[in-house]
Design a protein around this ligand. Sequence first.
Ligand SMILES: [Mg+2]
Length: 389
Amino acid sequence: MAGEEKPKTTISVIKADIGSIAGHHKVHPDTMAAAARVLSEAKRKGIIIDFYVTHVGDDLELIMTHRKGVDSPEIHGLAWEAFKKAAQVAKELGLYAAGQDLLSEAFSGNVRGLGPGVAEMEIVERPSEPIVVFMADKTEPGAFNLPLFRIFADPFNTAGLVIDPKLHGGFKFEVFDVFESRKVVLKCPEEMYDLLALIGTTGRYIIRRVYRKSDDEIAAVVSVERLNLIAGRYVGKDDPVAIVRAQSGFPALGEILEAFAFPHLVAGWMRGSHFGPLMPVGLRDAKCTRFDGPPRLVGLGFQVSKGRLIGPVDLFDDPAFDETRRMAQLVADYMRRHGPFMPHRLGPDEMEYTTLPQVLEKLKNRFVKEELPYHIKKRVSEMLEAGSE
Ligand SMILES: [Mg+2]
């Protein structure tokens, strides 16, 4: 029996901002080359089967395949080494924020919590295994809540939920509460309203994994590292990555991409402190300019075959998304006109993890307390008395 078991393939997408050129703009090609050298050597030694190094804006992205499962100390150690080597080059070149996301000097077996973002899934490859790797810059993991809901639970996006018997049973969503470090699994369609009640709060409840309900097969995974919470202070945007499986029992590639045709508002953008539209772009436009944005998303399609990464195809490099990008720019204009006002700027809860509290601290002693008028004080004390009875 054991001999008949198919080998499992793990896809690991690990990213970090290790420094960029001319501000938080774009990864330098020399740092990508440094990371690729480390992974190339690991491929030669058989530690990983295949890899692809790329970037989105100021984030260096390592896409790797191997047989070592998720959270493998060896694979995480490899990614850490690649980032360290890339950060050395970044420091040598004097790049901006060199080493920004590497929060610890020492690696302790797992990159989670040390700064880099991680999305990993272990699968038994189907005869044909198409996947999409999504990588965003200038936003947070909750940015994937809306599109993942639409891909796996909204028949107005994914026709297959209605007409394909393999999708008709629906999907399960694992939602992670980043503040309390706890999770809940909700089924769709039957618990759709409960799911939406949570995931509409994108800064807290994040869709971390999606499973096919009929057999618990993994369909999608999202990185949920939140740098600002990890470090206890603002150290950068927790730009997320995600892996989504396509076709044959999962939504079609086009149904997956369709969810990004609407450039929804996400938190991030300038200083991680503003709402702006998520703009899907091809790799050549995977850089942040206007007000350090607008937040950008790249989608690379691969076939995973015997662990090899066949591809990629640059999925948003397509005029079919021109109107989405145009709308994103109109929305960017509209939001920018609010300047430092909400709802362009994030609300006070989210701003707690930015540099704003340092500014407010300065004003703390300038506030002068005002006495409440007598009739209001009387009413308040009456209410308090009534409440205590
Ligand atoms: Mg970034």
